[in-house]
Design a protein around this ligand. Sequence first.
Ligand code: NAD
Ligand code: TYD
Length: 356
Amino acid sequence: MTPSFENLLVTGGCGFIGANFIRHLLHETGFSGRIVNLDLLTYAGNPENLAGVAEDFPDQYVFVHGDVADEATVEAVFDAHRVDAVCHLAAESHVDRSILSPEEFLRTNVTGTFRLLEAARRRGVRFHHVSTDEVYGSLVTGLATEQTPYRPASPYAASKAASDHLVRAYHATYGLFATISNCSNNFGPYQFPEKLIPLMILRALLGQELPVYGDGKNVRDWLHVTDHCRALWEVLVRGQAGETYNVGGGEQLDNLAVVRQICALVDEAAGPLASGPRENLVRFVPDRPGHDFRYALSVEKIRAELGVAPRETFEAALAKTVAWYLENPAWVARVESGEYREWIKANYEGREKGAS
Ligand code: NAD
Ligand code: TYD
């Protein structure tokens, strides 16, 4: 289906999912319009995630260094680039950081979404909001549907819940063409090694201890990032105004099972350690405060209405992900040493934010 827009604003495009999504747009969808990537380049934003894109697609891709919570920046980007659709991914995204320091989560996730909604409403621009299954809170049994009441437990989940409510309010009150997707835990290339899967891959590779929170029995629904990107495109192009779509892998695993699989894959690829299998590196550490026990999503609606279903199995996608981290030591080294921040300082810190 041909999209109804030509100038797509992607926020947070230098992050994990944003970078995969921009690559997906350019390589897999046949989208011939322009992509404007507005990103503040926080610790989670790494322009190296989009290496080669500006050079390979000079007529289709533009980067703007700026803050989604800054009104003047957002207004200027909409006008300068004649934005006619938004895919909003920019966020503070890590639960542990939200526990230590929640304020930035409110600023970016709530105020930032508000600024973008205001700009979109004034211009009648189509708006897609990328959200999380964590808004539904921990489930004892069953699956969360799009009708499940919100019960966020972490400051991260609460900030995403607040932003989801704002998006719905803008649709109901102002008639904004808005859609929301609530996705489960993603994994794949370019994920910052603070989240479970890349953290465990890189620590296992180095033979470091593997910190598993609590008893490792917490359950997550895992989705490979390319399956998320396909779903985002379909919702952006064919989603109905005011609708919410759950996106998930349908494969629920406890954390210990995930870590054990990673250990086996790294043992196989890198050879065992002298001290024995990497599984021996698992250490049970004090639990995360308010740790949600189980997330599990019903993905029936997106399958029935938009024909979207995951293509990857967890096992095969995890093997590919382990291989990606092993095959990209330069990216890993620059992230682990913090060198990627030096590149950002040299290239962007002298420039006025929002000036592109
Ligand atoms: P990420 O942390 O890897 O990337 C976030 C990006 O947003 C970074 O490039 C960062 O620089 C940018 N950013 C942060 N604050 C900004 C601001 N004020 N202005 C402009 N840019 C800013 O996050 P991710 O894992 O790629 O997640 C992307 C989106 O998907 C988020 O909205 C997140 O809530 C949602 N989501 C993530 C997952 C997951 O498993 N990672 C699952 C479901 C939903
Ligand atoms: P994470 O990747 O932080 O995603 P989220 O909290 O958004 O689900 O964590 C996934 C699961 O792994 C979660 O139950 C917490 C757990 N976890 C650990 O056990 N050890 C770790 O070092 C991390 C980062 C997470």
